[in-house]
Design a protein around this ligand. Structure first.
Ligand SMILES: Nc1ncnc2c1ncn2[C@@H]1O[C@H](COP(=O)(O)OP(=O)(O)OP(=O)(O)O)[C@@H](O)[C@H]1O
Length: 215
């Protein structure tokens, strides 16, 4: 069976100016199985965001290759990469990144609409994920009318609603208090089990990393 995600010999060097070169990733080799809930842990500056951006095809490695579901994503055209991101990957960011002028419902529907799904299907799937994330009473609110924990649950709902194969979450609990962080982790764990979606997230929070059930 092919690995769901295989990263081989990935290096990333940033060159912000002529004199400065930053080796953010050095010879990274990693495999993730389908259905895993995996955590990338490490101190600030160790390269977690850089690696997640490369896995999510938001950035490209300086060398090495990334295979997602058997397909080599390193070297694809920008148009093909956009399609991979739209159809196969859901993103959750530290700062929630909801669209401020859209309600929770419209934010959640956004990627499904880009995929060309019919309104009835968007409605059904929005309700399904909203119930799983306990945000069904928040669907008509704007991000500014919600707490940080509520916004992050909406962001997770947006990431999973479009039925991606992979969800990438970069420090999703970093801006949350410990109770909201624990609740978000439980919900992500349940989504991983219920929907079989592979989730990779980064964290440097021992409470999150050491949670039972997280390998
Ligand atoms: N666009 C960039 N230009 C130059 N250097 C960069 C760039 N992006 C990241 N870096 C550097 O690469 C290294 C890894 O950064 P990265 O953000 O991936 O770490 P991280 O583990 O996610 O950190 P944090 O936990 O603080 O978010 C750091 O030294 C950072 O300064």
């Amino acid at each position: 069976m092919t690995d769901f995600l295989r990263i081989t010999g990935v290096n990333k060097t940033f060159q912000p100016s002529k004199e400065i070169r930053v080796h953010a990733l050095h010879d990274i080799n990693l495999t993730v199985e389908r259905g895993d809930l995996a955590v990338l842990s490490g101190p600030s500056g160790s390269g977690k965001t850089t690696l997640l951006n490369i896995i999510g095809s938001l950035d490209s490695p300086s060398s090495g290759e990334v295979l997602l579901d058997g397909q080599r994503i390193t070297g694809l055209s920008q148009a093909d990469l956009s399609q991979v991101r739209r159809d196969r990957i859901g993103f959750v960011f530290q700062a929630y990144n909801l669209i401020p002028v859209l309600t929770a419902r419209e934010n959640i529907e956004y990627v499904m609409k880009l995929q060309g799904r019919k309104q009835a299907e968007c409605d059904r799937r929005t309700m399904e994920v909203a119930e799983k994330l306990a945000i069904d009473s928040l669907l008509d609110k704007l991000p500014s009318q919600m707490s940080g924990g509520q916004q992050q649950r909406v962001a997770v709902a947006r990431a999973v609603a479009a039925t991606p194969k992979l969800v990438l979450a970069d420090e999703p609990t970093a801006n949350l208090d410990s109770v909201s962080a624990a609740s978000l982790m439980e919900m992500m764990q349940r989504l991983n089990e219920d929907e079989g979606v592979t989730i990779i997230f980064s964290s440097h929070d021992p409470l999150v990393i050491d949670k039972p059930g997280i390998p």
